[in-house]
Design a protein around this ligand. Structure first.
Ligand code: SF4
Ligand code: FE
Length: 491
């Protein structure tokens, strides 16, 4: 396994093509806006090397029998699925942001079973190729980005019907030694902190969209791949060089637009080629895994936000007020409900044909649908407790000013025995998580990440088994099938 330092160093070796604010970034690793997001991924390495977290952060590879970082592992049991959720909660607690590495883990777990099932039916060798890739990922402890979301253009049109056929990533050329792909993937979490990219189709495909039913892996710095950094609210505060106003100075999330400008992929890295019938299955499984992941990561970040709100109340002397305690209980109730869903869909998981365990799909979608709502209410309550000062406070520069600083220190103090700076720090953290850069991960990603709410409703409708529920009701009500049309009112 890599150490955090070896991970940082390995990223320096990449030749990533990254653009931000209209300029090419020569050294993404040390860029003040990118660096905190890279540090969040580095925590997945650091904690894996810490003996106290070994049980959650590492696993035994089913391929080699060697110890691997759990982010490179395929779930071999419901215990593995549960530990994954716990690991993500832990990392959310330690970073207070999206730590990005889960997308690749979820993509690899989905690809394992889907490639296996494709080979069984089609006689292809996708699974063998995928296993070779996985072995390479495990041996080098790589961070892999999972890229699914196409830009999609006109939502009323299928991929092949779009005015611009590149709005969904597609195969543009088939060669003897591989394929050439073109397109873009949007909102790519952690792409610039990853060594490799695993691309998947964005939705179920019909036969006439077969060019879009493609999955493959390529190095993050593959020729033809480039990134345009996604900006976040208050991101330029990171350029000010301070500690307070960023709210979370050490860590942050990262999203980017990833462009594939006629990129060559050799056959041994192609895991699905024009298999329209299987595109939907891959999307469904990946989304299911990632929806269960949110029952861990968002809960860990929620723990930080609840703790910040409680601290803010302590700092202004309201910590013991009954309405504050009530709000903290409500926040905890909502947060633990998300965790309960994450654990439940894992505990109810089952093996797929390849042996890799899959979460319970109904419960994973219930988990994520709750995630589209509860962090918003938790955020609302945190803002309620924080008070208006969270968004009206003077800047860190003013606080550091020799004269103004004294004024701010005097008038913005809460309880006498806590410094004004501490109060400012905790309020800025709440601001970060609820409306600042951290809200990308805690709020909007809770809504749209791993699929927007409607995608979960469709899956819940499909898995709801209403016919069985109707039968239960009919049995209790004494309605036999043969008498359904002839039920009589009592005489
Ligand atoms: Fe991991 Fe959560 Fe970020 Fe997804 S949103 S990559 S599960 S931390
Ligand atoms: Fe996500």
């Amino acid at each position: 396994m890599k150490t955090a330092e070896q991970y940082r160093e390995s990223l320096r070796q990449l030749n990533l093509q990254v653009y931000m604010f209209g300029e090419k970034i020569d050294n993404p690793v040390d860029h003040p806006i990118i660096r905190p997001s890279m540090e969040a991924v580095a925590m997945t390495y650091e904690l894996a090397n810490d003996p106290q977290y070994e049980d959650l952060m590492t696993a035994t590879s089913h391929l080699t029998g060697k110890k691997v970082n759990r982010f490179c592992h395929l779930h071999q049991s419901t215990d593995d699925l549960i530990k994954k959720v716990k690991m993500l909660r832990l990392l959310g607690q330690k970073t207070g942001c999206c730590f990005q590495r889960c997308v690749g883990m979820d993509a690899m777990n989905a690809l394992d079973s889907v490639t296996f099932e494709m080979d069984q039916e089609l006689g292809t060798d996708y699974h063998k190729r995928f296993e070779e890739f996985l072995r390479f990922v495990q041996e080098n402890d790589l961070t892999v980005d999972g890229a699914m979301t196409d830009t999609k253009g006109d939502r009323s049109q299928r991929p092949s019907q779009q005015a611009d056929p590149d709005l969904y990533l597609r195969v543009v050329e088939e060669r003897a030694d591989g394929i050439v792909v073109r397109g873009a993937k949007a909102h790519q979490t952690g792409a610039i902190n990853s060594h490799w990219i695993v691309v998947m189709p964005t939705s179920a495909m019909r036969e006439d969209d077969a060019d879009y039913a493609v999955s493959f892996a390529c190095p993050a710095d593959n020729p033809g791949v480039f990134y345009i950094y996604g900006r976040q609210a208050s991101d330029t505060r990171k350029l000010e060089g301070g500690q307070i106003d960023v709210g979370n100075a050490r860590f942050g999330g990262q999203e980017a637009l990833m462009v594939f400008d006629d990129v060559f992929i050799p056959w041994d890295k192609v895991f699905m080629y024009k298999e329209a019938k299987y595109a939907g299955l891959l999307v469904e499984r990946f989304a299911g895994y990632h929806r269960s992941s949110y029952g861990g990561c968002k809960v860990g970040v929620g723990d930080v936000l609840i703790g910040a709100a409680a601290t803010a109340a302590d700092y202004n002397g309201a910590g013991k007020a009954s309405h504050i305690r009530d709000k903290l209980v409500e926040m905890t109730h909502l947060n633990e409900t998300l965790y309960a869903c994450g654990i439940a869909c894992s505990a109810e998981g089952a093996p797929t044909a390849s042996g890799t365990y899959l979460i319970n799909m109904l419960l994973a979608n219930v988990c994520k649908l709750n995630v589209t709502r509860f962090p918003y209410e938790i955020s609302r309550l945190a803002e309620d407790i924080a008070g208006g000062l969270m968004v009206t406070m003077p800047s860190e520069q003013d606080f550091r000013h020799p004269e103004l600083g004294k004024v701010i220190d005097k008038y913005l103090r809460g309880v006498a025995d806590v410094s004004t700076e501490c109060r400012m720090r905790i309020l800025r953290l709440i601001e970060n998580l609820t409306i600042g850069a951290g809200a990308v991960g805690y709020r909007t990603e809770s809504l749209h990440g791993a699929g927007s709410p409607q995608a979960q409703r469709i899956m819940i409708a499909r898995q709801a088994n209403l016919e069985q529920k109707k039968q239960l009701a009919k049995d209790i009500a004494g309605i036999a099938a043969e008498k359904e049309k002839t039920c009589q009112a009592p005489a």
